[in-house]
Write a protein that binds this ligand. Structure first.
Ligand code: IMP
Length: 178
């Protein structure tokens, strides 16, 4: 993978390891939601690669939808106020929802989405995140399904970006600025 000037990538989680973990989360969800109407809600854009692999690891009738959020910027970041850029296409009334996220950092984004989803009449709401940076947490969010805990380092790849770059890397990599 070509990097940009002044940047270096170090593999933190190889694709084979991620694949194995995603498959086991998919199996777990398959068991937990047997006989239920499951809706996976991906948070754009970072979750799109994880979502694509996860949904194929779930052996149930499952619907998929996406939301896109934007924080109101640095000034209000600590308040956790986020704006919905793209809402769900359909309501969640009576559905069992699993929110699919790439990474939980401060927890502010997911805290907002979790509360919002629970107020919309879903039968149940759970959270699934590929990555978790627990050392950065500002608000507690329940992580019902979790791929990997990682240290406080900026990572890219497998859907995660820096300024829209590196989303297409198959591995999750540390981004080292030189
Ligand atoms: P939170 O609201 O602080 O938990 O922010 C979560 C969002 O921040 C994620 O959905 C990512 O878009 C972004 N983010 C946090 N840490 C990283 C990282 O290490 N690499 C890329 N994006 C990140």
């Amino acid at each position: 993978m070509q990097t940009f000037p002044g940047e270096r990538l170090e593999v933190l989680l190889a694709h084979s390891e991620i694949k194995h973990r995603v498959e086991s989360i998919g199996k777990r969800i398959t068991m937990d939601y047997d006989g239920k109407a499951l809706l996976l809600v991906g948070i754009l854009k970072g979750s799109f690669v994880f979502m694509a692999d996860l949904v194929r690891s779930i052996d149930l009738p499952v619907a998929v939808d996406f939301m896109a959020m934007s924080s109101y910027g640095a000034a209000t970041k600590s308040s956790g106020v986020v704006r919905i850029l793209k809402d769900l296409d359909h309501g969640v009334d009576g559905r069992h929802v699993v929110i699919v996220e790439d990474i939980v950092d401060t927890g502010l984004t997911l805290n907002y989405i979790y509360g919002h989803m629970r107020s919309r009449g879903a039968a149940s709401v759970k959270i699934c995140s590929l990555l978790d940076k627990p050392s950065r947490r500002q608000v507690a969010v329940p992580l019902h399904y979790k791929g990997f805990e990682i240290p406080d380092e900026f990572v890219v790849g497998y859907g995660l970006d820096v300024d829209e770059r590196y989303r297409n890397l198959p591995d999750v990599c540390r981004l080292v600025q030189e």
